[in-house]
Design a protein around this ligand. Structure first.
Ligand code: FES
Ligand code: FES
Length: 154
């Protein structure tokens, strides 16, 4: 079956079975390997991408569910919120091993786009499903707050 998906602003015709997880299609067919496989069970957030700006778990999302949708991966995010998040991530040196960070940045940039001034509770609720085995959680929270502040200023 051929499925048509818009990924990072480009239309892709993918010749894959409809039940193929979006994560595999992104990594194997489109060669966008910034999105990571962690658990494969929607439990860790490493595979987070955006569909129409909202975070989804690409490991449990079949390509048939995203036909005709706009998917954004870590390679393609360029919203104001995403740029502020990425800048804060760099400034505060958030990553340790880095494996979870693509998913963390996707979750954080969706949070900031939806809620420009998140409280600690908002941050916890939005980031709760993104696991970091290196426990970079304190820096993640600080980076989201810094990005929110910098976005508000300009
Ligand atoms: S790999 Fe998708 S949530 Fe863990
Ligand atoms: S930085 Fe290593 S798993 Fe998060």
């Amino acid at each position: 079956m051929t499925v048509s998906i818009n990924i990072n602003g480009q239309d892709h015709e993918l010749d894959v079975p409809p039940e193929t997880p979006l994560l595999w299609a992104l990594r194997d067919n489109v060669k966008l390997t910034g999105t990571k496989f962690g658990c494969g069970l929607a439990q860790c957030g490493a595979c987070t991408v955006h569909m129409a700006g909202q975070p989804i778990r690409s490991c449990v999302t079949p390509v048939s569910a995203v036909v005709g949708q706009h998917i954004t991966t870590i390679e393609g995010i360029d919203t104001k919120a995403a740029k502020a998040i990425q800048a804060a991530w760099e400034e505060l040196a958030v990553p340790q091993c880095g494996y979870c960070q693509s998913g963390q940045i996707m979750a954080a940039s969706a949070l900031l786009a939806n809620n420009p001034s998140p409280t600690d509770n908002d941050i916890d609720a939005a980031m709760n499903g993104n696991i970091c085995r290196c426990a970079t959680y304190v820096r993640i929270r600080e980076a989201i707050k810094q990005a929110a502040k910098e976005s508000a200023q300009g």
